[in-house]
Design a protein around this ligand. Structure first.
Ligand SMILES: Cc1cc2nc3c(=O)[nH]c(=O)nc-3n(C[C@H](O)[C@H](O)[C@H](O)COP(=O)(O)OP(=O)(O)OC[C@H]3O[C@@H](n4cnc5c(N)ncnc54)[C@H](O)[C@@H]3O)c2cc1C
Length: 395
């Protein structure tokens, strides 16, 4: 893949910049700047997705037939970089970047016609029901059970660490439909209406004090059998396909570049770049980030060649987690004791609470704490290394 930009790519970049200048409000930029984790403030994320939807840009990577932009992978990349550098709020990925591609790849025609437009327009908000209290890395051991009952399944069990379940009206969920054969062979992938009787959502508050995670309980929840994606007991195929999209193709590099720029600005404002040790640490992160951006280009090239991110997405996810954590650690060093005040109200978009210290430091500690989870969410660093050992190195 050629990284150099052609005249058309520069023209496209200018078009994106003009669009952002006109449509990205200061309120939305603020929500983007105050994002501390893998998701932004829900209302801001929704509002921004609706702006993109009106422009026809909500799903840059989707095929045009399903409402995507038809952009080349390089255009998608340029768009992601410009958005990240302009501090857009993160568009919640569970619909557009996760279950959307899974439905396109494995859903039937009715499911595509029903769900894809509602994902695009943000009418449906999705959460991911994979992990359970006893099943994370060893996901195939999951026990939430779906038992056929007439035209429906009856679902019982619990999912945990479910990001955004409290804001979602839909869940894509892995359930056990058989105990025969290997554990992977008895799992099905099903779409659940979160308003179904018998579902209870309990909050889990993060170290930073945010409500993003939940535990979800299912008690005799009735879900139509037609909500299966793929065949009964073949959900593992759909789940693995979806995880590649979760780990790759998400413009990690652009977000990290935005975070690195923010860190550089914080350091500059405090005169830290003149100090050798700090400047060296900043440069080290810059080198690792650049290497990551090149990996991302390789993943984009894989998507062009094969239509899916492939196992290199694990490498990307691992690098993104470690570089992001490095940036957040150095940001804490940079703001020093001003990282200490716990002021959740001051980092809400639109807040009029006066921050203690400079405003650019208000989210630094929360980000540091929230981003510890980056090396766990979406599959831990160790699991990514296992996947690479097996699928990339052939060990
Ligand atoms: C912020 C956040 C958001 C999340 N959002 C969601 C969500 O929306 N939906 C969802 O379904 N899940 C979600 N998760 C759950 C996440 O996918 C799991 O936490 C993750 O897969 C790890 O599982 P676990 O927590 O059960 O840890 P475990 O699997 O118990 O792992 C514990 C430790 O053992 C190590 N380990 C385990 N197995 C191996 C092995 N084979 N080789 C080497 N080391 C190993 C792990 O690397 C880890 O260090 C989220 C998690 C976080 C932190």
């Amino acid at each position: 893949m050629h990284l150099e930009s052609s005249a058309e790519n520069y023209a496209f970049r200018d078009q994106v910049r003009a669009f952002l200048a006109e449509n990205l409000s200061e309120e939305l930029r603020e929500a983007g700047r105050l994002t501390t984790s893998i998701i932004s403030d829900h209302d801001a994320s929704q509002a921004w997705q609706k702006v993109l939807y009106r422009q026809g840009w909500a799903a840059p990577s989707w095929p045009r037939e399903h409402g995507g932009t038809g952009w080349t992978p390089m255009q998608q990349h340029i768009f992601a970089v410009e958005c990240a550098l302009a501090d857009v709020p993160i568009v919640t990925p569970t619909g557009l970047a996760m279950v959307g591609p899974a439905i396109m790849g494995h859903g039937n025609d009715e499911q595509k016609a029903h769900y894809l437009p509602r994902i695009l327009s943000a009418e449906d908000n999705w959460c991911q029901g994979y992990s359970e209290p006893g099943s994370g890395s060893d996901l195939a051991s999951l026990q939430t059970r779906a038992v056929p009952d007439g035209e429906d399944y009856l679902i019982n069990g619990s999912k945990i660490w479910t990001t955004n379940a409290h804001n979602a009206n839909r869940m894509f969920c892995l359930v056990r439909t058989s105990n025969e054969g290997k554990p992977q062979e008895g799992i099905s992938f099903i779409l659940i209406d979160m308003a179904s009787p018998g579902i209870r959502v309990e909050p889990i508050i993060t170290l930073a004090g945010n409500h993003e995670l939940n535990q979800v309980f299912f008690e005799d929840v009735r879900v139509p059998r037609e909500n299966l994606v793929g065949a009964e007991n073949d959900g593992w195929t759909v789940a693995k396909y979806l995880l590649e999209f979760e780990r790759g193709g998400r413009a990690w590099g652009a977000r990290l570049r935005g975070a690195h720029n923010r860190l550089s600005a914080i350091a500059e404002a405090r005169g830290l770049t003149a100090r050798a040790a700090f400047a060296r640490a900043l440069a080290d992160l810059e080198v690792r980030l650049t290497a990551m951006e090149y990996t991302e280009h390789r993943v984009i090239a894989d998507i062009v060649a094969s239509g899916r991110p492939g196992p290199a997405s694990s490498l990307l996810k691992l690098q993104a987690a470690t570089v992001m954590q490095g940036i957040d650690e150095l940001a804490v060093d940079a703001v020093a004791y001003y990282a200490a005040p716990h002021q959740p109200a001051a980092r809400q978009p639109g807040s009029n609470v006066e921050p203690i210290g400079e405003p650019d430091g208000v989210a630094v500690m929360a980000r540091y704490l929230d981003q510890r989870a980056r090396s766990i969410a979406g599959g831990t660093n160790e699991i990514q290394r296992n996947i690479m050992a097996k699928l990339v190195l052939g060990m």
